[in-house]
Design a protein around this ligand. Structure first.
Ligand code: ATP
Ligand code: ATP
Ligand code: MG
Ligand code: MG
Ligand code: MG
Ligand code: MG
Ligand code: MG
Length: 266
């Protein structure tokens, strides 16, 4: 690159390199998806196709950024977890978040026609992104639990809210009023006694969101193995998930941090 006397302006750029040795999470979230989901007639409470589209866009991101070891998505958001020691873009925050966010957005639009068959995209959707560092394994794990608990709370609310409207004939305002001040067990009870719905039987993708993991699969025909990205719907809050996937937190040995108990479940 040729030098010029104008090159000094480069010094005005700020150094936004992220701390080394920390878990790096980038979370994207749809901008104004309350409106976006209405304009595109998403099924309520959960439009399955729209969730698959989010998952597909997230797979594109994981295919491009190999240092992402895990992703977690629910509603209009996705969290991407980079290896602690990733050196991607010299850990420059804006470079990482913007590249990831724009690839996610363009993939969302690219795969829209396949996922949302018959629904015309009315305007270009946008996503925001932020980078967050977690210095300890425990706070990193609790971040994922936090997002999943958010999924659970919103989904239980939305499932009951839309049952009251679609099956109970209530207006939006009446349903809102009916749910005011209720706790989880009340909502489970409304679903069961008024509509015969057992919340436990709802689709795990709706209740728990989607975890994308890289797994090595043996190809029986060629005798070779390959890495594939697979979606699962499990609980981060249960130790079992971390034990079954030791490649993520291999260093999280028993006794190095405390695990939530049933009391901590909302
Ligand atoms: P912001 O720009 O601040 O993020 P927002 O309108 O996107 O505002 P969120 O809190 O992110 O608000 O909520 C996303 C909204 O998108 C949810 O309330 C939900 O109504 C809707 N939504 C997202 N995905 C789906 C889906 N698969 N099916 C039905 N509705 C969805
Ligand atoms: P990075 O990801 O680091 O930005 P890059 O491959 O995008 O890498 P740039 O320095 O941004 O590299 O250069 C962009 C390149 O894209 C140019 O070298 C040029 O070859 C090509 N390019 C961009 N726009 C045009 C265009 N309109 N016509 C032809 N070539 C183009
Ligand atoms: Mg350029
Ligand atoms: Mg937001
Ligand atoms: Mg949003
Ligand atoms: Mg959101
Ligand atoms: Mg370029």
């Amino acid at each position: 690159m040729a030098n010029s006397k104008y090159e000094y302006v480069k010094q005005f750029e700020s150094d936004d390199r992220l701390l080394p040795d920390c878990w790096l999470v980038v979370r994207i979230d749809g901008k104004g998806f309350n409106k976006f989901s209405k304009r595109h007639k998403f099924e309520k409470p959960n439009d399955r196709r729209a969730l698959y589209l989010m998952n597909r866009a997230a797979v594109s991101v994981m295919e491009e950024f190999k240092d992402i070891i895990l992703a977690y998505g629910q509603s209009d958001e996705y969290s991407f977890v980079f290896r602690k020691d990733t050196g991607i873009y010299n850990r420059r925050a804006s470079k990482i978040t913007t590249c990831l966010c724009s690839l996610f957005s363009s993939s969302y639009v690219f795969y829209w026609p396949r996922a949302m068959e018959g629904i015309k995209l009315q305007y270009p959707p946008a996503f925001d992104a932020r980078a967050i560092l977690y210095p300890s394994d425990e706070s990193f794990r609790d971040y994922l639990i936090w997002r999943q608990v958010d999924c659970h709370i919103n989904n239980l609310y939305n499932t009951t809210f839309w049952a009251l409207i679609k099956k109970g004939g209530l207006s939006n305002e009446e349903a809102e009023k009916r749910l005011k001040g209720t706790v989880s067990s009340d909502k489970n009870e409304i679903l069961f006694s008024a509509f015969g719905v057992n919340y436990n039987d709802e689709h795990p993708m709706y209740k728990k969101g989607t975890i994308l993991l890289r797994k090595r699969l043996n190809d029986l025909r060629s005798d070779k193995s390959k890495i594939v990205i697979i979606p699962i719907h499990q609980d981060f809050i249960k130790q079992q998930f971390w034990e079954e996937n030791p490649e993520i937190l291999g260093m999280l040995k028993p006794g190095t941090c405390t695990w939530p108990t049933d009391k901590d479940l909302p």
